[in-house]
Structures are given as C-alpha cells and as structure tokens.
Design a protein around this ligand. Structure first.
Ligand SMILES: Cc1cc2nc3c(=O)[nH]c(=O)nc-3n(C[C@H](O)[C@H](O)[C@H](O)COP(=O)(O)OP(=O)(O)OC[C@H]3O[C@@H](n4cnc5c(N)ncnc54)[C@H](O)[C@@H]3O)c2cc1C
Length: 409
C-alpha cells in the first residue's frame, strides 16, 4: 500500500494537516510515537487550551511572530483566526474570548478541542498509526519508505509535523530535526522560548507561589533599560514565570549571550514615587498602632511581605506611625524597583515552545513544501516560527497544518 500522504507527528499541526489532506480526497496515514494523539495539546493553556488569538487584522497578528512572521501570510490568508474559529464552531466547539483576546473553549477543556480534531480525522478515514516512531526517511523514484521501529510505511508525500524540543516528555524530542537534516535541510539552532527564568537571589524561594497582577518588569543590561513588559507574573521556587516572564524570555536569552541581565520589578507602575509615598503614609496612618509587619497587607501579596520587610531592613516590630521618612523612602524604592539578577532560562523541560527549527528560506510559504527535497512538507512548531503567549503558537499550527494538507497528489 502506498499512501498519498503520510503525516509524521500527531500534534495540532499534524492532525490539522491529516484531516485537511483527507478532506481533499487523499489516502492519508498519521504516524505518532505516543500511544495517543495530541498529548501536548491537552496540556495547553493549563488544560484549557488557548486555541487562538482573536486578532482579525492579519498584519497585527503577523507582527507578533517577529521578523519571521511574514512567512505566515499565505497560511493565514488560507486559514486565519476567523476561519479557524469557524472550523471549530462548525464542528460543535463553542468558544469564548477572554482578556487579552485569548480564545478558549467555553467548557475550559482542551479535550473538547482534541475531540473535534479526532472527529475530523475519523470523517476523512485517516489511518492512525500510534506507538510508532519514525527513524529514517528514504526516497526512491516512486515513493518514500518511512523507516519506523516497526514495519516500513510507504507514501508519495510526507508532511513532517514532529514539533520542537520543549516539554520532551510529550514526545517532542527533536527527532524531526534530525530526519530533516539528513535529507539536506538546514536547522536553525533550536532554543527554549516562552520559558520561566531562574534568578540568582537566594530569597526568591521564599516567594514561591506569590502571584503578581499589573506589574511592570524592566530588563537591564550594563545599567541600560532595554525593554519593559506589563502584566502578570508569578514567583517559582527558583525564579519567575507567568505570561510576561514567558514573553520576555526569548529576548533575555539573546541578551544573556552578551552579558549579565538584571530585572527591575515595579509592583505599582500606575503610581509615581511621590503618589505611592502618600498612599503608604495613608496606610500607615490607618494602621498607626500596628507593627510595621502588619501594615503592608494592602500593598503586597501576603506571601511577599516577610521578604520585603527583610529587604527593607526596617524593624518589623516597629509601630507603623514611627516609620521615618528615610525608611518609607526605602520601601517606596523596593516597591518601584525591586532588583533581581537572571541566572538563566529554565530550559527545554519547562519551555512552552522552541524557537529555531527548519530554515524558512528552504520552505515555500505558499504550499509549505520543501524547496530542498521533492514531496516533503512541513507544518507546526518544527518550522523556524514562534510567537508569544496568547494563542499565537497554536494558530500557526492550525494555519500551516491546513496549508500543508493541500499537498499535491
Ligand atoms: C505547557 C504548554 C502549554 C501551552 N499552551 C499553549 C496555549 O494555550 N496556546 C498556544 O497557542 N500554544 C500553547 N503551547 C504551545 C503549543 O502546544 C505548541 O505550539 C503545539 O503543540 C505545537 O504543535 P505541533 O503539532 O507542531 O507539535 P507537538 O504538539 O509537539 O506534536 C508533535 C508530535 O510529533 C510526535 N513525534 C515527534 N517525533 C516523532 C517521530 N520521530 N516519530 C513519530 N512521532 C513523532 C510527538 O510525539 C508529538 O506528539 C503550549 C505548550 C506547552 C508545553
């Protein structure tokens, strides 16, 4: 049996590509090394799956994928955000748009997204081959011989959708890069992106779990402010994570190649120094008989108070109304510019996505076809494209998967 198309990798990109090729009348096989399809998909959005980013303006959407984003124009023109939503709505998935234009299933359950894709595959009679690892790709004049840890599989075309290297326990072990490299493709060095940060300060571990809303974090190198990010973050046992940290991690990774990186956290970005000082004075008046340690509840998450008191060097048992102007000044500075030093990025184990991958100049963006090897296509995270948090990365999978599925017979 020679299939028209073999898709390697049963993640979001692979399932979309397989369903699309089958819808267009191809004989399709989907090969996945895990015992189930969509293992990583089920983890997305903390199990809620942020399917896409509700941005109708393609130009604005593309800008978020940095310089490489332009590559996505043809894929987004074919299946952009709105058509992706129509795809899911038409198959019974109801969605909701949350803060920051993040789109989730109404049920808050990634399994419902997977169910739509499984039905898409079933409707197209896609043959699903699980627990099968592809080890080598060989081509003769007639077809591909796909060497697996079981029997060979033959197909006229291959769509490689093996993902990146992040969260390797989901099956994203980077083996797709090796398969493509052996066929002559260039791989832009895969690097962890959307990744928690590890910080040098010992006291960070005491803050584990403290979550921050509406903070501004600025990145410094050689005492120069490089960029600032505003939004939510959370302290971990050895550093920080959360949306803004993940989004700044790729940039920090690049900066660290040139030297040390420092962050300044502004817990009250909406308040100027003098206004914050007045606000603290008001709090201290209100809690005038309280000890200093019991007068910060309105300013900071509970979990952070002991550490901030220690860093301020103010006696925790001092009465709030006897705190001096200098001491208040110190507190204001801690709240406006708490300094932490970056030790490194947490690595592939914890990264949400991999940046790098198959070089874009070796893929035709209008078809996703390899310019190096005939009858080979790519889709999803394996391609050198990555976006910020907020549904951008799955949207790239849906769009490139859909386009690659139009593979010629
Ligand atoms: C914790 C977490 C949360 C995330 N949340 C979101 C979110 O809410 N929104 C969003 O847009 N993005 C999110 N992402 C990113 C998103 O999950 C990925 O961009 C997406 O899964 C990539 O899809 P893919 O199909 O390219 O690769 P994958 O999903 O990694 O699938 C690739 C598949 O290929 C299989 N495979 C690999 N090599 C072989 C081989 N040699 N033989 C056979 N099979 C092979 C793997 O087992 C795997 O199942 C999240 C990622 C993580 C880790």
């Amino acid at each position: 049996m020679i299939y028209d198309v073999a898709i390697i990798g049963g993640g979001p990109a692979g399932m979309m590509a397989a369903g699309k090729a089958a819808e267009l009348g191809k004989e399709v096989i989907l090969i996945e090394q895990n015992k189930k399809l969509g293992v990583k998909l089920l983890m997305t959005g903390k199990g809620r799956c942020n399917i896409t980013h509700y941005e109708k303006d393609i130009k604005k959407l593309i800008e978020q994928y940095s310089q490489e984003g332009k590559f996505l124009y043809p894929a987004f023109n074919k299946l952009g955000v709105e058509k992706t939503m129509i795809f899911f709505h038409g198959r019974g998935l109801r969605t909701k748009v949350e803060r920051g234009k993040r789109v989730f299933p109404k049920t808050d359950n990634a399994l419902d997204v997977l169910r739509v894709l499984l039905k898409f595959l079933k409707d197209g009679h896609v043959v699903i081959k699980l627990r099968t690892k592809v080890e080598q790709l060989k081509k003769d004049k007639k077809a591909w011989a796909i060497k697996t840890d079981g029997p060979d599989i033959n197909a006229k075309n291959i769509i490689l959708c093996t993902g990146g290297k992040s969260h390797p326990r989901t099956g994203a072990d980077g083996s797709g890069y090796k398969l493509a490299k052996r066929l002559g493709h260039t791989i832009i060095e895969p690097r962890p992106a959307l990744c928690p940060l590890i910080l040098k300060e010992e006291w960070i571990k005491d803050l584990e779990g403290a979550s921050l809303k509406n903070v501004e974090i600025s990145i410094f190198q050689n005492n120069k402010k490089k960029k600032s990010f505003f939004g939510e973050a959370i302290f971990t046992d050895d550093g920080m994570s959360g949306p803004i940290i993940l989004d700044m991690s790729k940039y920090i990774g690049e900066l660290m190649k040139q030297g040390p990186v420092r962050l300044k956290i502004d817990f009250k970005p909406a308040l100027e120094y003098n206004i914050l000082d007045k606000r603290i004075q008001r709090d201290f008046q209100q809690f005038h008989n309280n000890d200093f340690k019991n007068s910060l509840d309105k300013l900071l998450p509970q979990k952070m108070i002991p550490t901030m008191i220690e860093l301020s060097n103010i006696n925790p048992d001092k009465k709030a109304n006897s705190i001096t102007k200098e001491e208040r000044n110190k507190l204001v500075h801690l709240l406006k510019e708490l300094e932490v030093n970056v030790k490194g990025l947490a690595g592939f184990e914890e990264a949400i996505i991999t940046s790098g991958g198959i070089a874009l100049n070796e893929i035709d963006p209008k078809t996703m076809r390899s310019k190096v090897v005939p009858n080979l296509y790519f889709a999803g995270e394996i391609i050198n494209i990555d976006g910020p948090t907020g549904g951008y990365n799955l949207q790239a999978c849906w769009s490139t998967g859909n386009l690659s599925g139009e593979v010629e017979k």
